[in-house]
Write a protein that binds this ligand. Sequence first.
Ligand code: MF3
Ligand code: CO
Ligand code: CO
Length: 282
Amino acid sequence: MTKMIKKKLRRSRPAWRGGAVTRLSPGEQDAMRAAGAFAGELLDQVTKIMRPGVSTGELDNLVETLTHERGATSAPHGYRNHGAPPFPSHCCTSVNDVVCHGIPDKARVLRDGDIVNVDVTPILDGFHGDTSRTFLLGENVSQKARQLVADARRALWLGIFAVAPEGRTSAIGSAIQDFAEARGYGVVREFTGHGTGRAFHTAPTIFHYRTPGRGERITPGMAFTIEPMINLGHWKTEVLADGWTAVTADGSLSAQWEHTLLVTEEGVEVLTLGQKEAPPPL
Ligand code: MF3
Ligand code: CO
Ligand code: CO
């Protein structure tokens, strides 16, 4: 099989997200609310130590400590996927042209002008809360990078507002792609949002770009993430030799924001909000 065909198959049918969509019972929904709230708290705590001079390894240590203090575990730690070695850390730290799955490292000191995404997924009482934010380091982040980070956040929220009970998951990708491409950005294709709950990654796959099908019908009890990765340049990514770190193929900057959502009879809940978080002006 040629490389091209292999890639296409992987993109259209992520093997680890097969199976049926799970619908959570009211008790399970409460457990998801708690896990989501804790994930949001973790990023609020990360915000407090974020400054030039901090290493991504120190960010990881903080996530590990707070997670264990709460009696929770970190889903990324030891996570296995598509033949890569087990993920070695408690969160992902993706700096500048790293799109996602960057591995924290105490030798990787963040500098004024960097942007870094921190992605956490605690498992609390058996349920996953999955969320990420992209942080600006210091005063010297370029205007283009600031705009990219703000627009990636707007892309996430446009995706969230495209979720309608009894609607289709495909509305999410359409909203995100239309917004991002109109501004000249690339929308990453190789990584997607996903159902989550007792398992980290489940059906449905949430695409951040237009898909030919209509996707899954959105019904009460579904929990899934939206996590668009938006590039200043082309959407294409490459995975480094460590088997995890995904970078933009053209070296351009990339930004990502992620929330876990729960759909109920009442509507859509964003489970992983930070303490002071409100949707951006859209
Ligand atoms: N948190 C990531 C996501 O949003 C997945 C990280 S898997 C890891 O789905 F192994 F890299 F941590
Ligand atoms: Co996720
Ligand atoms: Co995540």
